[in-house]
Structure formats: structure tokens, C-alpha cells
Design a protein around this ligand. Sequence first.
Ligand SMILES: Nc1ncnc2c1ncn2[C@@H]1O[C@H](COP(=O)(O)OP(=O)(O)OP(=O)(O)O)[C@@H](O)[C@H]1O
Length: 231
Amino acid sequence: MQDVLVVKDLSKTYHDGENDTDVLVDVSFSVSAGQQVAVLGSSGSGKSTLLHLLGGLDSPSGGDVWFKNQRLSEMSSSQLATLRNRDMGFIYQFHHLLAEFSALENVAMPLMIGGASSSDARAKAKALLDQVGLSHRLTHLPSALSGGERQRVAIARALVTQPSLVLADEPTGNLDHQTGEEVYAMLTQLSQQHGTTFIVVTHDRSLAARMDRTLTIQNGHLTDTAKEHIT
Ligand SMILES: Nc1ncnc2c1ncn2[C@@H]1O[C@H](COP(=O)(O)OP(=O)(O)OP(=O)(O)O)[C@@H](O)[C@H]1O
């Protein structure tokens, strides 16, 4: 199976005044198309740092990330922005929805930024909001939605461009257990349906156990546990 992501000797050191913090040290792995990967590690171990490097939101101190054979370090910031808009989806612990736009407009936004017509973007956004069970909440502003509903809008927004890769940073960390379970089930089911490669940072080992594979960060190094061997 084709690799969507290839990570080679990736390192990240933060320089903060007198202090150097080696967060990631020569980390290497690859992720094949459609694979679902959990990233585990204690607080401060570097999970968000890794996700930012994979999404080209931050630059490594050493090593490289290739996304669909494109080396991120060779791309300009505008090329990276286009790549992220077209082929990556991001979901955060807090939904990051635009407060003054409706659920439908929030989900349509990435398509419109990518140049789609308003009618096309709204039709696709509506279809995805239907899929996440929010067809009755299209015109609601984020402030008029529950926490779980907001995360479902954020999921729809991340998937609306049909990205190859979705990066999620504790997407259910702000929800109660039951709602978190529902949102997580929806996220994994939709990414499976769409054949999306999915990398999720979580503290929850039981959620991680349901993924194809777990990457655990400890002292800057990765332990890679595959649930099953995927060729
Ligand atoms: N911009 C920065 N400058 C300096 N140090 C940083 C910066 N960003 C992160 N760090 C440090 O890097 C380490 C890893 O941070 P990161 O946010 O990646 O951890 P994490 O595993 O996602 O943590 P958590 O589970 O608590 O969210 C931490 O020790 C943090 O203090």
C-alpha cells in the first residue's frame, strides 16, 4: 500500500533562553493510505509538536517529512497553505469554529477558500453535516450548539475537502465520556468510509487500542505498536 506520510530522522529542539529542550530525537516512521494511528505519550512528551510537524505548521530542527512524496521542507509557506487546505484536515480539542458563521458556512469555508463556488461548497457541506447527524442545525451559530455538536461540525469541516490525511489533537478531550465516545466513533467511521489516513493524539488508551496502530512518544523517541501487520 502507498505511504501517505514518510518521516525520516525527525528532530525538534526548542530553544528557550538558556534552555534547549530536545522534544523529538531522530524519529522515523511511515503511514500507509487509510491507516488509523493513535499518538500516545505523557503530558509534555511532544505529541502536539509531532502533529504540527506532520502538518507543516512548524519546522523541524532536523530530518524530513514527506506527504504524498512531497518534501514539506522544500515547499514555500503558500504551497504549504494550499496543500493543507486541499489535502489535510485538522481537528483540535477546542473546535476553532468561526463564531460569526453558521455551522453550514463553517463547513463550506475550506471549499470556498479552495476556489469552489458558494452553491457547490454549501451543497457538499450540507451533505457532510447530514452524515454527522446535524441536518437540523445548519443555520445555528457555534455558540448555539452543544460541545459534542461543535466537534461534529469540526469533523465535517475537516473532511469536507476529502483530504488524504486528517490530523486530530485530542478531539474528544473537552467532551464528557459518552459524548466523546460518540464523536470518536463518528470520526473513525467517516474516515474509514472516505479512506482517509487518520492520526489522532489522545490520552485515552482504550480509544488508542481501537486504532490500527499506536505510536508512543517517550523521552523524544517513538515506540511503534501495530495492531496487525498492514502491507
Ligand atoms: N514554542 C515552544 N517553545 C519552547 N518549548 C516548547 C514550545 N512548544 C512546546 N514546548 C515544550 O515542548 C514539550 C512538548 O510539548 P507538546 O505540546 O508537544 O507536548 P504534548 O505531548 O502535546 O503535551 P500535552 O499532552 O500536555 O498537550 C513540552 O515540554 C513543552 O514545554
